[in-house]
Design a protein. Structure first.
Length: 376
């Protein structure tokens, strides 16, 4: 047999190598980095869309070094369609910083669809407060932890208690409940300024720990912080009441709740935010009385926030959970607020007259009252 020429063998080997490379290249797209990236991103987007319930939710008030920040979001089709700051640092240089940062943060929240957004340069504190309040709003909508989704107690649920006014400032508690137990407690509002900074810094961490340990509002007051402790316990109890109200069935509500009890009227929304549609949707709860809180409205003399109780489609009770205090404001509020409360019940709407001598307080009251009615 004639022996094959060496050059021919080399050519055949080269042809086989080229064929192998071509074959590998035809299989390459299945492991292309772009395709792999698309596969990792898609499930995240789907999970976010499925976890968030539609509606308007207001996050907790987050105190920053330059003032409070509170975010309200609108969710439609499982996505954030609108984000806005209902509270932001104001006064002096803060006006300019907030005016620049807040629109950017709002846009970032809508674009990202979650609270994982970048801080705005030059507005570190405002950005941090915005992200925390945004996350709490998403928690209420059922994001991630499934709060408000109507699932059982095995899922974590984050709820914010009512704002409790104390002699030294407001106290508001937010808790996370999982498996029927308090797994986290924190004060989103606490007395601040002067001596109060030291007292709050010492007492609030102890109260947080006591709440988690006890699993209830039956906790001891911290020595030297009597007023703060009392406000903390009240706000904590209101948060726990809202958890029970959200988890209870209509039969349980009608059997175990009193018609006049504000915290157990079917509202599962935070003390500083809007009413939760999923928790307030029970027919029996609405018949007994639905309690809703309006947004915090900043006035020239201090914040105003209104809470109303609705029964049978009518306002049966109105009260201011925040009002201007201190100096002359205490007297003005003491005279104006009872009149405004009465007017709100009588009119059944926010179309009420301002109280003479309390123009700013009246305007803030009406605006917060209208936002509460909008939530209904």
């Amino acid at each position: 047999m004639k022996k094959s020429h060496p050059i021919r063998r080399v050519l055949l080997a080269s042809a086989a190598t080229v064929s192998g490379i071509v074959l590998l290249l035809t299989l390459k797209p299945s492991s292309d980095p772009a395709a792999a990236e698309g596969q990792s991103v898609a499930p995240q987007g789907q999970a976010g869309a499925q976890a968030v319930a539609d509606g308007t939710m207001t996050g907790a008030v987050e105190q920053t070094e330059y003032g409070p920040v509170q975010v309200r979001i609108t969710v439609s089709g499982g996505k954030i369609t609108k984000a806005e700051a209902v509270q932001k640092p104001e006064g002096g240089r803060s006006d300019q910083i907030s005016g620049d940062a807040i629109p950017k943060l709002n846009q970032a929240a809508v674009t990202a669809g979650n609270a994982d957004i970048d801080a705005v340069s030059g507005a570190t504190y405002t950005s941090a407060g915005y992200k925390k309040s945004l996350q709490s709003a998403l928690d209420k909508a059922g994001s991630g932890q499934g709060s408000g989704s109507g699932a059982g107690s095995a899922q974590a649920q984050t709820v914010t208690g009512d704002v409790e006014k104390t002699q030294y400032g407001p106290v508001q508690v937010r808790i996370t409940v999982s498996g029927g137990k308090i797994t986290k407690a924190e004060a989103v509002q606490k007395p601040e300024g002067g001596r109060s900074d030291q007292i709050s810094g010492n007492s609030v961490p102890k109260l947080n720990q006591a709440a988690v340990t006890a699993g209830s509002a039956d906790i001891d007051a911290v020595s030297g912080a009597t007023y703060t402790s009392a406000g903390y316990k009240k706000s904590l109890q209101s948060a726990l009441d809202k958890v029970k109200s959200a988890q209870g069935s209509g039969a349980q509500e009608s059997a175990g709740q009193e018609a006049g009890t504000e915290q157990e009227s079917g509202s599962a929304e935070a003390g500083a935010g809007a009413g939760s549609g999923s928790a307030a949707g029970s027919g029996s709860a609405q018949a007994k009385g639905e309690t809703l809180q309006g947004e915090v409205v900043k006035t020239q003399y201090g914040p105003v926030q209104v809470r109303v109780t609705l029964s049978g489609g009518r306002i049966t009770k109105a009260e201011a959970v925040q009002m201007p205090m201190g100096g002359r404001s205490t007297q003005v509020s003491g005279n104006a607020i009872p009149k405004l409360n009465q007017e709100a019940v009588a009119a059944g709407s926010a179309d009420i007259d301002a109280v003479s001598g309390a123009t700013y307080t009246s305007a803030g009251y009406k605006e917060s009252l209208q936002s509460a009615l909008d939530n209904a």
